[in-house]
Design a protein around this ligand. Sequence first.
Ligand code: MG
Length: 157
Amino acid sequence: MRVGLGFDAHRLVEGRPLILGGVEIPYHMGLLGHSDADVLTHAIGDALLGAVGAGDLGSLFPDTDPAYENISSLILLEKIMEMVRLRGFQPVNLDAVVVAQAPRLAPHIPRMMDRLAPILNLPLGAMNLKATTTEHLGFAGRGEGIGAYAVVLVDNV
Ligand code: MG
């Protein structure tokens, strides 16, 4: 068994949709990035890459490559899962936390789980998604951006 850790953060700006865990969340701002800037999916992808020793998302899908402009991060996660399988691994469980002062994310977590579970080939009981504020501390607390942390355990298939 092997474990991987992922972290990501993106800036919140006007005029972009807010996509987290592959789900569009109603809000007056969205995350800025070359792809859809889905920080949660990016953190999960980096955790998977870390677990199987395959580098990191930023090097695999560079923001200089027009192929990844505004791409759904779920597609990037599917590509990462192909790499995980090629190396002979399968996720065992996922734990992740989104750090955002606003909007309130708890009502959207079941939909995020439904989106991510089939891509990760995980039963819902092996996935745990959480959201927290930072009590107005730091960049997330000031509403300047959103961060996400993920830990994934993988096992040899
Ligand atoms: Mg990112």
